[in-house]
Design a protein around this ligand. Structure first.
Ligand code: FAD
Length: 307
């Protein structure tokens, strides 16, 4: 067994990097044995690259939720990685949420991404109904996590506004409400061009908040990720990118090369704009993240040789 790193919070870990941009990786809980093997292969390949943290999403149903707690617990104990569990308020009473937060603490997890969650079912834009004894908004879950123990809490941010927000100003107010409730950092929904992110960052700074806002980036490795990502996230599909990638339609290999070039350019621009790091939506694979980390120079420097 390697040395557990689970006692570090995400903010501890980010500050250890002393301004050097970091990368982080998001996974989802595996559905079956094959998925578990794929996930652990990806984790073991990424571990030596020293991501600042890795996170595991929280699903809509019972067994997938147990797998989140189990997976993130195993990452905390069996790897050198700082781990973070996502948690949502969907279909949970406050008592159940306290219970899940307690199991996370018992598994050595110090970091929680506190989310309202999407309505259960296929359409994330369906009406959201709180549990009768549950919570309505993510800021309440941030407060519950902070009252429950010494957790470092992250929240979601939306460069183009959450689909249910009336406008960008009120959306930004709700984001800073989550910071007021105790969240230490935010990770954004995926996006394909930098302007929405940069404007969000300016609006948050204009309201007097300086918590890190980490861009969430999905490597464009296939036509499916290019089209499905924006559809599910509500981020626009920029016309210029559609035109740029059109010639590669139907050819997976050249589409991947062009898509990865687009993703690399987006990350380069964000780093030039001073983002603290990049959170990659990995889809439980390691190759695309590894290629981007290498291209962007985000690998941790090797320790100096000892005399
Ligand atoms: C980085 C990231 C990770 C994610 N991981 C998961 C996951 O693991 N599992 C999952 O199911 N989903 C996940 N999601 C999706 C997320 O749960 C949905 O997008 C959800 O619809 C919004 O969650 P939220 O935490 O931003 O909600 P909230 O912050 O509660 O916002 C929801 C809506 O309510 C409004 N609002 C917020 N607070 C208030 C308030 N106090 N008063 C009035 N209105 C308010 C907001 O403006 C917004 O329109 C993730 C999203 C991101 C960006």
């Amino acid at each position: 067994m390697t040395t557990p790193n689970s006692s570090l919070t995400v903010t501890d870990r980010i500050s250890l990097d002393r301004g050097r941009p970091f990368f982080a990786v998001e996974f989802f809980p595996p559905k079956d044995d094959q998925g578990e093997a794929d996930l652990w292969r990806a984790i073991r390949r990424l571990e030596p690259l020293d991501p600042a943290y890795v996170s595991v999403t929280y699903g809509a149903g019972g067994s997938s939720r147990d797998r989140t707690v189990r997976t993130v617990g195993r990452i905390a104990t069996d790897t050198t990685l700082v781990s973070m569990a996502h948690l949502t308020a969907v279909s949970h009473s406050v008592t159940e949420l306290r219970h899940v937060i307690g199991s996370l603490a018992a598994n050595g997890i110090r970091n929680i991404m506190a989310l309202r969650g999407d309505p259960p079912g296929k359409d994330p834009l369906d009406e959201w109904e709180p549990h009768p004894e549950g919570l309505m908004y993510a800021d309440e879950l941030v407060e519950l996590c902070k009252q429950s123990g010494p957790f470092c809490v992250g929240v979601a941010a939306f460069p183009y506004g959450h689909p249910r927000s009336a406008d960008l100003e009120s959306d930004t107010e709700k984001l800073v409400g989550k910071f007021r409730a105790g969240a230490e950092f935010a990770v954004t929904q995926l996006f394909l061009e930098p302007d929405g992110f940069l404007r969000l960052r300016d609006r948050v700074a204009a309201l007097g908040f300086d918590q890190p806002i980490i861009p969430g980036i999905m490597p464009l490795t296939s036509e499916k990720t290019f089209h499905k990502g924006p559809e599910l996230s509500g981020s626009p599909l920029p016309e210029a990118l559609v035109k740029r990638l059109e010639p590669y339609t139907g050819d997976q290999k050249t589409f991947r090369a062009a898509g990865m070039e687009v993703t690399g350019e987006l990350c380069e621009r964000l780093l030039a704009e001073g983002v603290p790091g990049i959170h990659f939506y990995s889809l439980n694979r390691s190759t695309a993240t590894t290629e981007l980390v290498d291209r962007l120079g985000l690998l941790a420097p090797s320790p100096a040789p000892t005399a």
